[in-house]
Design a protein around this ligand. Structure first.
Ligand code: ADP
Ligand code: MG
Length: 268
């Protein structure tokens, strides 16, 4: 955990977001959420479907705005998307009409980075995610796992220091998912880990236990738990079987109403 910076990477203060249903009634997707995410943290959000995880991430990304409260990135209210916040969704965020290399360069091109410089950055990150050989391929020629690597290379090439990932690897098979965890953590680790913040939504408790140094639990639009986990990531099967991690897993599953010894979810 990093204490170098006193300005949090992300901070929500009394954030609520309600939507109108078609019948005119309101649904509160987020209810009075307060959360502080420090620079350099790898935070996973878990919770059942419909609990507000994606809504929270959309607010961080600046693709949506709170109905009430304030959401800040690096101490400033989030007013829209910005290059310092890179987003990867479950659905691929690559442009099918651009080669892999041009996809990775796209954000830099939009910001007027000269061709040579953006080519170098794209090539560097494509090499780091293991895709140097397919830089000039089209997205349709790539597997699902490779497309995720393109998306990751893109946010890193863009220089984003807050990475927002919404169930990014949910559609990948087990082995591919584990490989891409390594790719993501290697890049996160590499340079300025203390500055690079990750907010990663997953419905998979084991994925959160593998990756996170802190796990937030959401239920019904509220944050209901906040757990820190020790030890280097990614945690392997042995780490996940340790008594400390298993205790956290039981706690998380209790919130989700699964596998509690007495058949009752923990009250929160
Ligand atoms: P999660 O990602 O945890 O599955 P979401 O954040 O997508 O949950 O949704 C939380 C709640 O808000 C759900 O009940 C969902 O139906 C509702 N919701 C989300 N976005 C909208 C929207 N644009 N319009 C209406 N309701 C929405
Ligand atoms: Mg969602």
């Amino acid at each position: 955990m990093n204490t170098q910076s006193t300005v949090p990477a992300l901070q929500a203060r009394s954030v609520s977001r309600s939507f109108k249903r078609r019948d005119g009634s309101a649904i509160e997707a987020l209810k009075n959420v307060d959360v502080t995410i420090r620079q350099g943290e790898f935070v996973c959000i878990v919770g059942p479907s419909g609990c507000g995880k994606s809504t929270l991430l959309q607010l961080c990304a600046g693709l949506d705005a709170p109905s009430e409260g304030v959401f800040e990135a690096h101490g400033k209210p989030i007013a829209g998307p910005g290059p310092e916040r890179g987003v990867v969704f479950q659905k691929d965020s690559v442009f099918p009409w651009m080669t892999v290399q041009h996809n990775v360069e796209y954000g830099l091109r939009c910001r007027g980075v000269p061709p040579e410089e953006r080519r170098t950055a794209a090539s560097q990150y494509l090499a780091q995610v293991g895709l140097a050989d397919v830089a000039h391929a089209w997205p349709r020629e790539l597997s699902g796992g490779m497309l995720k690597r393109v998306a990751i290379a893109t946010v890193f090439a863009n220089g984003s220091d807050i990475l927002l990932l919404d169930e990014p690897f949910g559609a990948l098979d087990y082995v591919t998912r584990h490989r891409i965890h390594d790719v993501l953590l290697d890049l996160w680790d590499e340079k300025d880990r203390a500055k690079r913040t990750v907010l990663f939504v997953t419905h998979d408790v084991d994925e959160a236990l593998t990756l996170a140094d802190r796990i937030l639990v959401m239920r019904g639009g509220k944050l209901v738990d906040d757990v820190s986990i020790e030890g280097k990531q990614p945690r392997d099967e042995g780490d996940l079987a340790s008594s400390g991690v298993l205790a956290i897993k039981r706690r998380l599953l209790g919130h989700l109403g699964i596998g509690h010894e007495h058949g009752q979810p923990e009250t929160v």
